[in-house]
Design a protein around this ligand. Structure first.
Ligand SMILES: Cc1ncc(COP(=O)(O)O)c(C=O)c1O
Length: 425
């Protein structure tokens, strides 16, 4: 097939995330990626401002990550995890336990972030069943959250901007508190009251609270303060409810700490990680938990076991990615990106199309007053030589940590340029 036919074939036959086969959006064929650059089939090079959805923190085609995979490939690409184990999974577990809170001692490897969330929900429900509290089968979460696209995960996504309406008769019914809100670093009384009321009323049915700490990602790129999390932790203890923190997007340095829960000096009972776990190379996620939950589930098996659980290639590249991160100056890199995003995106506030600019760690968000038209805006960024993937009213930048000042500058300039060309009414 000619390169010129790729796009047509792709549009006719392949679904991309959240797209329609009747009205497919334009896709851009990528043939290679290196560092922070994506190389298109037509030879154009784009500076990546997305890290392939929070994952490629070290950039693309990294020699250390490549070598980790090739070495593992020479030993074995995959082996079932039922009844067998392997060094890559053991080493990765050691690393995960050493970089997370010391109370987290047990790991379940899942194949994607959504599955890690499903597993966390099963852990919580099985835990309370084993404690003689089988009525605790529901979750409490907050509006504005996103936890994945599988049915268990969808049921705890925001009920308005998630997919609840489409699947309302199939989704489990859970409890929702208001979106976490903070003013001057303090949790607002209203958002705390809303959360507390739900717990007070329904705690006998609630197994766990599930939250994205500090940054709510795909549900709206909303940031909130550490105090809110501290209060949530205390309330979970008070009402005998487990706390699940979903760090699939925030984990591995993105917000400025290795894990976002560190801002609040608290720790979850169950932690979900994914995305940047493998430096964006392969699909792998993990659900970690403490002794109380793991042993509390008792003799009953934890009822999950995917075919590709703990895939050795994925585990090996995850080990290399964690090593690379810890050996790098990631705190300085993220801080430098944060400062540049704060200074550079400020000018967007002067545009009539813009409602708000906000920055946290290596995440820069420009919220517009109106939703963007993807078919119109996506090619404009490509013409500017950058890769960004806005959604709804949000144009956001979360580059690989290795991005250089001039490269990030180019992305920031393009954001300003493209927004200023949008209609301003
Ligand atoms: C916070 C959070 N949880 C869960 C998921 C789902 O992960 P995956 O797409 O790997 O299933 C995502 C993905 O964007 C996420 O941001």
């Amino acid at each position: 097939m000619q390169q010129s036919d790729w796009q047509r074939f792709d549009q006719q036959h392949i679904w991309h995330p959240y797209t329609s086969m009747s009205e497919p959006l334009q896709t851009f064929p990528v043939v290679a990626a290196k560092g922070v650059y994506l190389e298109l089939a037509d030879g154009r090079r784009l500076i990546d401002g997305m890290s392939s959805w929070w994952a490629a923190i070290h950039g693309y085609n990294h020699p250390r990550l490549n070598a980790a995979i090739t070495q593992q490939l020479d030993a074995m690409a995959h082996v079932m995890f039922g009844g067998l184990t392997h060094p890559a999974a053991i080493e990765l577990t050691e690393k995960l336990l050493s970089i997370t809170d010391e109370s987290l001692q047990h790991v379940f490897f899942a194949d994607s972030g959504s599955v890690a969330v499903e597993v966390s929900i099963k852990m919580a429900i099985q835990y309370y069943a084993a404690q003689g509290l089988p009525a605790k089968q529901k979750l409490l979460t907050v509006r504005g959250g996103y936890h994945g696209d599988t049915f268990g995960a969808m049921a705890v996504c925001d009920p308005i901007n998630g997919m609840h309406r489409l699947f309302e008769n199939v989704l489990a019914q859970h409890f929702f508190a208001e979106k976490p809100r903070c003013e001057a670093g303090k949790a607002t009384q209203a958002s705390i009251e809303s959360f507390k009321n739900q717990l007070a009323q329904h705690h006998q049915e609630i197994a766990a609270v599930i939250l994205e700490p500090i940054v709510q990602g795909a549900g709206g790129m909303h940031f909130y303060c550490a105090e809110y999390l501290q209060i949530v932790r205390a309330l979970c203890n008070e009402y005998n409810v487990l706390l699940i923190l979903d760090e699939i997007a925030t984990g591995f340095g993105r917000t400025g700490t290795l894990f976002a829960y560190e801002y609040a000096n608290i720790c979850p009972d169950i932690l979900c990680v994914g995305k940047a776990l493998t430096g964006g190379y392969l699909s792998l996620a993990a659900t970690l938990t403490n002794e109380r939950v793991a042993k509390g589930i008792g003799k009953q098996a934890l009822m999950h076991g995917p075919t590709f659980m703990a895939n050795p290639l994925a585990c090996r590249v995850a080990c290399a990615s964690i090593d690379l991160l810890l050996e790098s100056d990631w705190q300085i890199q993220v801080q430098t990106i944060e400062t540049q995003l704060q200074q550079g995106l400020k000018i967007c506030e002067t545009l009539p199309q813009v409602a708000e600019v906000r920055v946290k760690g290596a995440i820069g968000v420009v919220e517009l007053k109106h939703a963007v038209d993807m078919a119109e805006i996506q090619p404009k960024f490509v013409e500017q030589g950058v890769w960004l993937r806005p959604f709804g009213k949000l144009i956001y930048i979360m580059p690989p940590f290795i991005i250089k000042e001039n490269e990030l500058d180019k992305i920031i300039q393009s954001v300003f340029q493209v927004i200023s060309e949008l209609a301003s009414d």
